[in-house]
Unconditional design. Structure first.
Length: 636
């Protein structure tokens, strides 16, 4: 029996890129080069402080009630309640403290959580030219092939010398699903496609290699294809000449098999640059997270190599967010090699709380595994199931090998799982394998998750409730891609997308995630998208463009999904997600209360984050940033 691992995801989980680059990126020489000359970091001490005034919502047990004051000391919350009682507690315990008075509407909440992101892969690719569709947390209005061409042309002009010296143009996050599509009533709709002809029209003289947003396809121009072919003995054996290779791929390089020769052909200097830039990029990522109120991130696709790089970074830099992770497991052999699960009782940097399986692809990449064909070209496309077995590429029940894999991880080794499933059939298979491994006697405390869980029916929700399997939704699917799903990719089926309200009504505890860098970091924005469900790419009045209005949730429910319940899903509820006594003093101060806005669309995501604190240490202050900017202006 052979388990086949084809296209994976619209997230960096189990991504072929890293496998290809392992040797070049993660060798000890590179690591010592990155860390040479920088000092080990000693973490700053947490403040002893009483905070009062404004609106303080500690979210204890997920409750929205406010308190008058909160006391913090040695990085933890030591008291919450009336100002009098917190003051008395601090005094009677001999704690010397300062008082911080919030202004009227300022709102203190537990630090916000990103329960499914990809940290190191994003850092490694950050140096590539950004050809993505996001400007901050909103969609670019002009995202189309012409815009992309303009970006490339401008970039080449600015870095002429680099390209004269032989560098390739490397671009990332190309997302055809967010470009204008063509609707063909009665026939299949069409998304934009890129190939070597369209890329040659963008740039013909310099090798141009663009990575799709899904990270599972690369597009190459003819110049790049020539270099790839001439540097690969395997390709030369496989294809009689260059023209045959070009005709076969058309510049669309799919998956590890297609992408590996391309990655290997990139000038070594540029690969080394990726590794050398990674620390600076990690700093940028954590600073951006802090600026959006995030104090805790859960990496949904960790490998030992990615973790080595992250661990090295954390030795030398202030730890501005807490990090947990799910370890990627791709094969039965990986599962057999796992240690037995030990529940995490105390936070430590980059703790492992789950094992991650990636069962299908991406819906906007047309590779999520479906029971019915996609509504856009190519015809009869049901997507890809990654654990399909030889002879049965389109299984209708979970293949035996998949069941065995889940059984090993979940039953024999005892690990909580996170199964990536986007298409409705992949979601059904995830439910089925959970049902056959964790029933009877469903262990609802285990928090076996389904990630994205994008297309989900009422019957499936009921089954998930019975099994105690919570969903984590990539809510940007509704806000950013909703329009493309509704008009081009799924049509009616898009109504089953991210049914947050139905899941909550059934008694499931949901979380919202960005899958960064699939969508931007930003729990406030994710809250907003779950509250409004406005399809942001649709033309016209946002009020007329709500995807399944019945699935909108309340601001309270949305806040719980990015704090208290997200912490629970990440096995972090003993120390994060609420400001209970004994929990970490990880919190955020916003300019307004997100629970009492008159208007939510394009407002909630823009509430200014004034301060972000982790372990009683201010890791971000809005004012400091402004002051620095002013200083710079004075000295300039
Ligand atoms: Zn995923
Ligand atoms: Zn992911």
């Amino acid at each position: 029996m052979e388990t086949q691992h084809v296209a994976c995801t619209h997230c960096a989980c189990h991504n072929p890129m890293w496998k290809i680059l392992e040797e070049d990126l993660f060798n000890p020489g590179i690591l010592s080069k990155i860390t040479s000359g920088i000092e080990r970091m000693t973490e700053p001490q947490g403040a002893s402080m009483l905070i009062c005034g404004g609106i303080i919502r500690p979210l204890i047990d997920g409750d929205m009630a406010t308190v008058e004051a909160i006391g913090i000391h040695k990085g933890k919350v030591v008291a919450t309640g009336s100002k009098e009682s917190v003051t008395a507690f601090m005094n009677s315990n001999g704690i010397q403290f300062t008082v911080k008075q919030l202004e009227d509407k300022q709102t203190l909440l537990p630090g916000l959580i990103e329960p499914h992101v990809h940290i190191v892969p994003t850092a490694l690719l950050k140096g590539w030219l950004d050809l993505g569709r996001f400007d901050g947390q909103v969609l670019r209005p002009d995202y189309n092939p012409q815009w992309l061409k303009g970006q490339v042309t401008r970039h080449v002009k600015e870095h002429k010398l680099k390209y004269d010296l032989g560098s390739w143009i490397l671009g990332r996050e190309v997302d055809p699903a967010l470009m204008p599509f063509q609707v063909n009533p009665g026939g299949l709709n069409e998304l934009v496609t890129f190939d070597c002809t369209t890329l040659d029209a963008i740039e013909a003289g310099i090798p141009l290699l663009l990575l799709s947003a899904s990270m599972h396809t690369m597009y190459a121009n003819t110049k790049a294809l020539e270099k790839i072919y001439s540097s690969s003995k395997e390709l030369q054996q496989q294809y009689a000449n260059f023209d045959a290779y070009k005709a076969a791929t058309n510049g669309q390089l799919q998956e590890e098999e297609g992408m590996a020769p391309a990655m290997k052909a990139i000038p070594k200097l540029q690969i080394v640059e990726m590794a050398l830039g990674s620390f600076e990029h990690l700093t940028q990522i954590f600073e951006e997270a802090n600026s959006r109120g995030v104090t805790f991130m859960y990496d949904a696709g960790m490998t030992s190599q990615l973790k080595t790089l992250l661990d090295a970074y954390l030795l030398f830099h202030q730890k501005k967010v807490r990090i947990g992770a799910a370890q990627i497991c791709a094969t039965q052999q990986d599962a057999d090699n796992l240690p037995a699960y030990q529940p995490v009782t105390e936070y430590q940097d980059v703790y492992y709380g789950n094992i991650k399986l990636v069962s299908d692809g991406s819906n906007q990449g047309l590779t999520g595994y479906q029971s019915e064909a996609y509504c856009c070209a190519p015809a009869d496309n049901f997507g890809l199931f990654n654990f399909a077995e030889a002879g049965d590429p389109h299984p209708t029940t979970p293949p035996p090998g998949y069941n065995a894999l889940v059984n090993t991880i979940s039953v024999q080794k005892g690990w909580p799982l996170m199964i990536h499933a986007n298409g409705d059939l992949a979601v059904q298979f995830a439910i089925d394998v959970y049902a056959s491994t964790i029933m009877p006697g469903a262990d609802t405390t285990k928090r076996n998750r389904i990630e994205h869980c994008s297309i989900l029916s009422a019957a499936q929700i009921a089954e998930m409730k019975r099994l105690g399997v919570p969903p984590s939704f990539l809510i940007g699917h509704v806000g950013y891609w909703g329009y493309a799903f509704k008009e081009a990719i799924f049509e009616e089926k898009s109504e089953l997308l991210d049914p947050c309200k139905s899941a909550l009504d059934a008694g499931l505890r949901i979380s919202l995630h960005s899958d960064y860098q699939v969508s931007p970091l930003g729990p406030l924005r994710m809250m907003e998208q779950s509250i409004t469900r406005v399809m942001e790419a649709a033309p016209g009045n946002p009020n007329d463009n709500v995807l399944t209005p019945a699935e909108r949730i309340t601001p309270e429910q949305a806040l719980r999904a990015v704090t208290h319940d997200a912490a629970w899903q990440c096995h972090a509820d003993e120390w994060a997600g609420s400001l209970k006594t004994g929990h970490f003093a990880d919190f955020v101060i916003l300019e307004h209360d997100p629970l009492s806005l008159n208007e939510y669309y394009m407002v909630l995501r823009n509430i200014p984050v004034l301060e972000t604190w982790k372990g009683g240490v201010a890791v971000y202050t809005h004012h400091a940033i402004t002051a620095n900017a002013e200083n710079k202006m004075v000295t300039a």
